[in-house]
Design a binder for this molecule. Sequence first.
Ligand code: UD1
Length: 418
Amino acid sequence: MYRYIIKGGKRLHGETEVSGSKNASLPILAASIINGKTTRLYNVPDIEDVKTTLQILKELGCKIKKDKNKIVINSKTMTKTTIPDNLMRKLRSSVIIAGAIIARFGCARFSYPGGCDIGARPIDLHLENFKKIGIKINENTRYIECNCDKIETKIIELDFPSVGATENLILATVIGNHEITIKNSAMEPEIIDLANFLNKMGAKIYGAGTNIIKIKGVRDLREISYKIMPDRIEAGTLLIAGAITKGMVKINNAIPEHISPLLSKLEEIGCEIKIINKSVYLNANKKLKAVDIQTMPYPGFPTDLQPQFSTLLTICAGTSIVRENIFENRFKFMQEIQRMGAKVTIEGKTMVIKGIRKLHGADLVSTDLRGGASMVLAGLAAKGITRVTNLQYLLRGYDEFDKKLNELGADIIREEGE
Ligand code: UD1
């Protein structure tokens, strides 16, 4: 493992590219086991969460070829239906592979998933709704066992528009002779990418991107090639890197409408934003001022950009209020940013940030994926040297983060050892 040594105080300047979306790749990789054929995926980010997912698919019996961002999955040879516990624990989205295994074999066995420690993150919505459509669930101390003779035609309504539960239900129900309606479904762009992928294979999924999704089961799915959409959270993080360093950056290969709540908040604090086709240009040469945000399911302000944006607010003039409505434990990273001089008070779901002129460099320990990215951003803006360790979290979700920031003029060195 290595750490980042960041020399702060450099204004970022120039352009860089966004990689393929982590949160679209993971369900699409899971979906590629359903057809029992070969799937070619392009623009897949080269990150740890993708590697763990591929490891699970291999354990299940798939043959994988990976050439940087191109992945070929042959699922003909897949025979197993149990997801190994050690890999389940590595990442939360492993749970959605269960839906795909059920679609292929009518049964699946898995344990409770792990992932970043940003909240309780139960899977009750996944299991409850599996039961409603005819999947029998047997939970014992080690494993959750799912068995299903036939998916039943049903209209179901999610208590909360969970991204993972929506994806798991889509995956579990693409094959068969039924009709499923999911009300209050998640509307995130990654759900649209999953539906586009499956529909290209021959599935019949209607309404992805709205809060009512209909799935008409089909007999089988064909072999396809597919390009993963750009990562909206990475695009947002790179723009915030531009803003926090008072820089001028152009982020290419983005889908600007996917990050419109962030773009309006960046404008509100005083950044100039221009959209040119698939690029977003940001100029932060004016004094930045405080603003309030609250995280919401899409199309609201994304929880996955809250830590990075809150870090930016620590150096915006005035008092900002941040309300985190999705994950109850997502302010942990701020304890580290406070070591750099940030003035913050936290009470439950609310954080009050009093903007200061400048952060100072410090030694920081990354707490989770987006929290880790925020510490790097803070280091870029700070006076002096910042060292960030525990980078395994960051590597789960960002493809060449240091390289892209250095392309923009940052001074980040990777050093072996913690
Ligand atoms: C996905 C994203 C993650 C993002 C999150 C919210 C992936 C791989 N991850 O995670 O980056 O932060 O959406 O946009 O796509 N919940 C329950 N019971 C359940 C399921 C969820 O109570 O069965 C709760 C969670 O604890 C959380 C909220 O619902 O408080 C949102 O979770 P969900 O939308 O399911 O997020 P994930 O799919 O885990």
